[in-house]
Design a protein. Structure first.
Length: 187
């Protein structure tokens, strides 16, 4: 890889605002690689109906089959192809192993960006989401499964930058813009 394009991997719990941050990146010319697309494609291949239970089952099965870095491995060719053209936002990194895989491969070209929102805020958002809404019970269960089974806490704790999404969409966008300036200040 000879260009100076960068990868910004976005991590956070469900409903934290990862996709909103990724949209800000896209508005700045980034190409989005959505990690969740792997789950969607795999569910379709396996003939599974899209439900929270099936999504979780699929995510966990893929990681049992390919290891905890599965999504990084499966998305790396997409990231590489996009990186040849522009900066890339990896929307929805999950596990510590995915982070380590990407960090080993991309080195200093990778920045890890965590998006934080309290469980109360996220659960309210998730219950009103138009696509794949979650009940309070489903959202809480998903949090526990992602932390306990998918090692999601590590990347959030080790993020290069953390955005606090408790103060509304405009504030999240403002913080996202500032982080992108910081990331590219050394270019």
């Amino acid at each position: 890889m000879k260009n100076n394009n960068r990868v910004v991997a976005v991590v956070g719990m469900a409903g934290s605002g990862k996709s909103e941050v990724a949209s800000v990146c896209v508005a700045h010319g980034y190409i989005r690689v959505r990690f969740g697309d792997v789950t969607d494609l795999e569910m379709k291949k396996r003939g599974m109906t899209v439900t929270e239970t099936n999504e979780r089952l699929c995510r966990e099965q893929l990681r049992k089959e390919l290891g905890m870095g599965a999504y990084a491995i499966l998305n790396q060719p997409l990231i590489d192809a996009a990186l040849a053209k522009a900066n890339v936002v990896a929307d929805g990194l999950y596990s510590w192993e995915e982070y380590l895989s990407l960090k080993l491969y991309y080195g200093d070209r990778l920045s890890l960006l965590a998006v934080y929102s309290s469980p109360q805020t996220r659960y309210k958002r998730l219950s009103h989401r138009l696509v794949r809404p979650l009940t309070l019970s489903e959202a809480s269960s998903r949090d526990h499964a992602e932390i306990e089974n998918l090692n999601k806490g590590g990347p959030i704790a080790m993020a290069d930058y953390t955005l606090n999404n408790e103060y509304g969409l405009e504030e999240l966008r403002r913080q996202s813009e500032e982080v992108l300036r910081l990331i590219h200040a050394s270019d």
